[in-house]
Design a protein around this ligand. Structure first.
Ligand code: FES
Length: 102
């Protein structure tokens, strides 16, 4: 299974993904630069990712805590906190890009 991530330079990375891991953990485990100062607690907002349109409906709805954090960071409608996305078989091929500024 895999996740496809375009980094901040626009370079695309195809990453092996493990079911049950947070998307944030998968991206970072492969060395793609993504902040996560709070360690996945929905506090820092550094792990924001842009989700490709075709994948947005396949993700669970964000909880209030995540929505608050996205609002604070003036995130676009296509952005999510990758620490709140748990990878599963249904997300095989999930396509993301990193926003310009974390
Ligand atoms: S790692 Fe801090 S909000 Fe996701």
């Amino acid at each position: 299974m895999k996740i496809v991530v375009a980094d901040r330079d626009g370079v695309s990375h195809e990453l092996d993904a493990v079911e049950g891991w947070r998307v944030m953990e998968i991206v970072r485990a492969h060395g793609v630069k993504l902040g996560a100062e709070c360690g996945g607690s929905s506090v820092c907002g550094e792990c924001r990712v842009r989700v490709a349109p075709e994948w947005q409906s396949k993700l669970h709805e964000p909880r209030n805590e995540e929505l608050d954090r996205l609002d604070e960071h003036l995130a676009g409608d296509d952005e999510r906190l990758s620490c709140q996305l748990i990878f599963s078989e249904e997300l095989n091929g999930l396509t993301l890009s990193l926003p310009d500024a974390a």
